[in-house]
Design a protein around this ligand. Sequence first.
Ligand SMILES: Nc1ncnc2c1ncn2[C@@H]1O[C@H](COP(=O)(O)OP(=O)(O)OP(=O)(O)O)[C@@H](O)[C@H]1O
Ligand SMILES: [Mg+2]
Length: 210
Amino acid sequence: MSACFIITGTDTGIGKTIFAAALAQAVGAAYWKPVQAGLDRETDTQIVARLTGHASGLFIPEAYRLTLPASPHAAAAHENISIDPEKLKLPCIEGSLIVEGAGGVLVPLKRDLAFADVFARWNKPVVLCARTALGTINHTLLSLEALRFRNVPVHGVVFIGDEESETIATIAKIGRIKVLGRLPFLAQVNGELLSQAFSNHFSITDFERA
Ligand SMILES: Nc1ncnc2c1ncn2[C@@H]1O[C@H](COP(=O)(O)OP(=O)(O)OP(=O)(O)O)[C@@H](O)[C@H]1O
Ligand SMILES: [Mg+2]
């Protein structure tokens, strides 16, 4: 049964791509990063390709590849272009698909369009990635409110980092949200260790269909 999940997060640089790679590998899904800002280092698509070892056919080309490592709206403006939501339609593919946003939920794609507005159009379940570190209760609850305000279906929260059971329980209770699991910090991020961590800390049945 095919599934489609949208991976977003409370912030940039929190581990969305690493979790997306783990999930794509576990369910054998294709991966799409519709808006990539920053081309000076390995792109998110390249990272997921390296970690999953999936064939190139399982990677949908980015709709926007923007040179500047900045907010998509600013990176696009730098190249004198405006991001067109019509170019961000979900691709029709056979099999499962994992889509990764950029930065956090309210990151602007242009002055009058946040990534969460596009999630609402897609109407597919969103997985919110959050750190377990200090500050995450506030960021996670705010992100959940912003998603729900737009009627985005939220599948659950994934934590990344050290065990913080009180923080996680508090978010689950106040946010009325399912905790899908926690990806611990890996001393070395490679496909094998990531796959092991996913099977130890997540239940594949939570991601089988949506
Ligand atoms: N579970 C983990 N164990 C070890 N390192 C991790 C883990 N998750 C993320 N990292 C590291 O943290 C950094 C940021 O992770 P990642 O690129 O996944 O963030 P992101 O949320 O996708 O960022 P962006 O907003 O740029 O897409 C990377 O160097 C990555 O290797
Ligand atoms: Mg990423």
